[in-house]
Design a protein around this ligand. Structure first.
Ligand code: NDP
Length: 414
């Protein structure tokens, strides 16, 4: 396979992807970085050159414009387009890859701009066209979705005959010192957090009010105890499709009291609305305006302290007996900043994106069509996580621990 990668998106995640691709330059080949604002690509390229000694070629592109991306792909001729722009760009970028004959990878599923609707249907609809073109599209190669899917596939391969219950728990124990900020794109983050909660139970997604169920969760290795809230997250849709024995899948994320009280106030005054309003004769979307005044997540690295802890509690059967495991990674914000100049949320997304790219370019993951992470052999990905900055642990749990989501070093009494 020819080598070379075109990264699209020069935000917080794009910054990490560029650094990690440079660290894997042998397998990546030529590295190109394009985004709407070329100066942001140039700043990243300068940092990569200084830290890694690898040159990256930069370009300006509007990824909503299929013709413009096709022209860039024909000029650069990469083997893979790595999309770390926004979910709105997924479909135009998949279309451009088909036209130019290029493999595709992203970290978040497509969302239409006018409704916060998270589902894979739009991207799965490209299955036949990618198959016919002999091209490979890898969806959701971040941490969640991404690593969480691979953890589940790895558990099924090595620990279970059947997985029945899945709880994905995403804790960010970091403090950035700001009254209110999001750790990745604020518009996408707030759309996700304010959406209705859906979880999978007995063959269907059940809908509940946003943030209506929460509980306390103690992380291992003294990361701390946090309040986690059940919410919808896209990897549940592909995991219950590809692992149909899963009876219940839930996704939990930690939020601080300060984040939640600010979010509630912003919602109450209409600042999280995604429909346009007229202001002095100009249409503006309140949430997009809010994004413009909030801190840039890419700039939070300097001040963020603490650790993230993201993992899966998986329950099922092995040799006819109950079994439960917890697979997780702990990532230190300050260590990420020292290595690549980013906080851990960008890091934990960018590293798996670069690993996914390396597996496609080396041919370890291959095929024709549109693939979710769990449809691939998890082993090379799990190995690469250990080598590229996101080492994981797997611990066996008792039934009581798993049912109560008690995984900390000092579990609460059950
Ligand atoms: P940012 O907002 O920091 O960066 C997005 C980048 O995309 C910016 O450089 C922006 O350009 C660029 N962009 C936006 N629209 C276009 C366009 N039309 N054409 C070209 N470039 C464009 O976001 P993040 O880096 O925080 O997030 C990137 C992606 O990662 C998102 O899709 C997010 O959902 C996903 N993500 C996935 C996670 C996972 O674990 N799976 C976790 C966190 C994030 P400009 O600077 O000019 O605005």
């Amino acid at each position: 396979m020819s080598k070379g990668v075109l990264i699209i998106g020069a935000g917080g995640v794009g910054h990490v992807v560029a650094h990690k691709c440079a660290q894997m330059a042998e397998v990546m080949g030529d590295i190109h970085l394009a985004s709407r604002t070329k100066s942001k690509c140039d700043a990243i390229a300068a940092d990569v050159l200084a830290r890694e000694g690898v040159s990256i070629t930069t370009h300006e592109v509007d990824a909503d414009d299929v013709d413009a991306t096709v022209a860039l792909l024909r000029e650069v001729q990469p083997a893979l387009l790595l999309n770390v722009a926004l979910p709105y760009q997924d479909l135009p970028l998949m279309e451009a890859c088909l036209q130019a004959g290029c493999h595709y990878l992203d970290t978040a599923n497509y969302e239409p701009r006018d409704v916060a609707k998270f589902e894979y249907s739009w991207q799965w609809a490209y299955q036949e066209r990618f198959q016919e073109a002999g091209l490979y599209a890898l969806l959701g190669s971040g941490f969640d979705p991404g690593v969480t899917n691979v953890y589940t596939a790895w558990a099924l391969k090595h620990h279970f005959d059947e997985i029945e219950l899945l709880d994905i728990i995403d804790v960010n124990g970091g403090d950035h010192g700001q009254a209110f900020a999001t750790n990745f794109n604020p518009e996408i983050n707030i759309r996700e957090v304010t959406a209705s909660c859906r979880h999978w139970e007995n063959g269907a997604f059940r809908e509940t009010a946003p943030m209506s169920l929460h509980r306390s969760f103690t992380c291992p290795k003294n990361v701390g105890t946090y309040e986690i809230y059940r919410m919808y997250h896209e990897e549940m849709e592909s995991l219950v499709k590809h692992i149909p024995t899963i009876r219940r899948a839930q996704f939990w994320m930690s939020f601080s009291p300060s984040y939640l009280s600010h979010l509630r106030a912003l919602q109450d005054v209409g600042m999280t609305r995604i429909d346009p309003i007229l202001y002095k004769g100009v249409e503006i979307v309140p949430l997009q305006f809010l994004k413009a005044v909030l801190p840039n997540p890419g700039d939070l690295g300097k001040t963020t302290r603490g650790r993230t802890c993201i993992g899966c509690v998986i329950q099922g059967k092995k040799d006819g007996r109950y079994k439960a495991v917890y697979i997780y990674n702990i990532c230190d914000h300050e260590a990420c900043f020292r290595e690549v100049g980013s906080q851990a949320v960008s890091y934990t997304t960018g590293v798996p994106a670069a690993i996914g790219a390396s597996l496609i370019l080396s041919g370890a993951w291959n095929g024709k069509g549109v693939f979710n992470m769990e449809q691939n052999d998890p082993d090379p990905f799990m190995d690469a996580l250990n080598r590229h900055g996101l080492p994981w642990q797997c611990m066996e749990l008792t039934r009581e621990q798993a049912e109560n989501l008690c995984v900390g070093d000092t579990p609460k009494p059950v």
